[in-house]
Design a protein around this ligand. Sequence first.
Ligand SMILES: O=P(O)(O)OC[C@H]1O[C@H](OP(=O)(O)OP(=O)(O)O)[C@H](O)[C@@H]1O
Ligand SMILES: Nc1ncnc2[nH]cnc12
Length: 211
Amino acid sequence: MDSEETRGYRAFLKQSVWCLTSQYQVSFSFFFLFFCFVFSSWSFFFFQIWWAAGIMFQDITTLLLDHKAFKDTVDIFVDRYRDMGISVVAGIEARGFVFGPSIALAIGAKFVPLRKPNKLPGEVISEAYVLEYGTDRLEMHVGAIEPGERALVIDDLVATGGTLSAAVRLLERMGAEVVECACVVGLPEGQRRLDGKPLYILVEPRLSVNY
Ligand SMILES: O=P(O)(O)OC[C@H]1O[C@H](OP(=O)(O)OP(=O)(O)O)[C@H](O)[C@@H]1O
Ligand SMILES: Nc1ncnc2[nH]cnc12
């Protein structure tokens, strides 16, 4: 039988051990959550690198070095859209800006830049979209187009079609009629997300290349 003193000591010990254990529990939970957070951030980061690493990037800058090829590219678009009553050429940042203004000038249309977030100075409307390697947003100035205007969307390349779809949604929210989307390069899956909107592409690259 424990003495009064021993019982008191046991009770004290039990209490302090519990306190100690709960402290450990709290610290352990904290470190566990912290570990989960760090692990998930890093795995997401590496997942993105791994994901992006599997993408074969197509680049149009070499085309721009060849005056004839560059001019022919613009001329093909101009011939196609000259007599379609198009008053707006909407170019997607960044490489849609390379082709869009020349086409707009040649067919007598205005050029409307669709820009990445927080670049346009005035009031904007915006649309989010998903890319092969992340998400992004496109913005357009409110008042850049009038309802009922006929628009062409131009970009260098279509892959999943997410960017073009966001561009179409922006224009349609402002009341424009999107006649067609046009790109120099079309990856094979590019037409998937265009919701039936016509897409005109000049080249469809092979996805495996032997260098
Ligand atoms: O069909 P999608 O899967 O939507 O991808 C196509 C988009 O990706 C590229 O631009 P990117 O987003 O790399 O931006 P950048 O032109 O500013 O480099 C390309 O110029 C298109 O705009
Ligand atoms: N494969 C690709 N090459 C160049 N730009 C891209 N944007 C999205 N996918 C792309």
